[in-house]
Design a binder for this molecule. Sequence first.
Ligand SMILES: C[S@@+](CC[C@H](N)C(=O)[O-])C[C@H]1O[C@@H](n2cnc3c(N)ncnc32)[C@H](O)[C@@H]1O
Length: 445
Amino acid sequence: MDRFVSHYTLRLDTKGRVSIPAPFRAVLARDGFEGLYCYPTLDRPALDAGGNALLSDLGARTLPRGTRGGHREGSRAHEAAGLPGSGGRPARSTGMMASRDSGRAVAGGLARHIPVLGRSTVEFLAVRAGGVYVDATFGAGGHTRDILAAANCNVIGIDRDQSAIARGADLVREAGGRLVLVEDKFSNLEAVARSCGYDAIDGVVFDLGVSSMQLDEAARGFSFRHDGPLDMRMGRDGPTAADVVAAASERELAAIFATLGEERRARSIARAIVAARGQVPIHTTRALADIITGIVHARPGAIHPATRTFQALRIFVNGELAELAAGLAAAERALKPGGRLVVVAFHSLEDRIAKSFLIERSRPSAPSRHRPAPAQTAATFRILTNRPVVPDEAEIGANPRARSAKLRAAERTDAAIANRHATRLLPPLPSVGEVIARQGSGRPR
Ligand SMILES: C[S@@+](CC[C@H](N)C(=O)[O-])C[C@H]1O[C@@H](n2cnc3c(N)ncnc32)[C@H](O)[C@@H]1O
């Protein structure tokens, strides 16, 4: 075991000891460990490929060696954690991490990446020998690895992030000709599959959002935890978050933060940004985070005040919802009859788009009283998950990023596709291109 992470909410007892939950004691007793860290807060999805670099950000403390005891026997283990507030009063800690090799950073891919809902993904894809599968969000290759291990099949891994593709080179070699990686957006997956020699595919998985590797790299500008350029682009082109923050009107910024971040203080934050950028351009993650923390105050146990605004900007800059709608439509075109679609979403807007898409495509469209009757269309998908599949406690404990995941799966029917667009599923926001193009057009700011 290289690393073992839990997000259980822990309490210190009156002697300042932490009790370790039973499922974790079993693993720790079996595998042993060299270090144990407790940290007071855990913001999704910081830890899934975390490591020592992350611990300082989380305010983690390494437990003194001498205070450890009892784990290997599997007895109820207690640790003196030395966290703030542990002087006899119960204090809360929301996470802990045990590591066999506490000196080795795990971020950057040394550890095998644990894919979220990996087993369910492989099961719903019904991976079989000879099949061709598209991992539309290759990331650290967790799902790809599981698919390749499940049967003697082929995988096309797509990621718009060049560094994810570059990091996958070892896995390509390991796969011995069964894996091809392509730097592209998943909205182009049909063309990508064709360019790899496949007109139709047996399955596709979308594991949406940003990867921990992207969050951890300060220069990518995704995280308010690291000071870096306010970039946030997953790919290499297009406007940055700094461009959006400089160009969008106050009303547009407020709509972005409210819609994509569900930020209650969206209007106040937008107003503060517009006031601040009038003084000096906002070029860094720290500068933006400071403006936000001037408006939204940190509360103990709550997520960081900048979490929602940063998430909203990231989704906007990368056009993530439009990409999802286009990616689902591309999957519909590329899948063979009987082919499987799996979507793992972490955000309610993404999940709503996947759900609405599947509901719409799994019902034959009836002629409408209000529209000139189109040719009636047959269902192109059969839904396999009436309710979304969510991770169990054990998975959440081992991989905190899984906490908000929802998996939906469907099977392609043999019906032909009517010319149906998925863009109706999107919230009414301008695109990043429209915001940049309107800059300086004299509209009210
Ligand atoms: C959550 S991570 C995927 C993790 C991966 N399933 C694993 O197990 O290692 C999401 C990845 O999808 C990529 N991504 C997000 N949107 C994309 C899009 N529209 N086209 C291609 N890649 C995208 C991101 O760059 C990121 O690397």
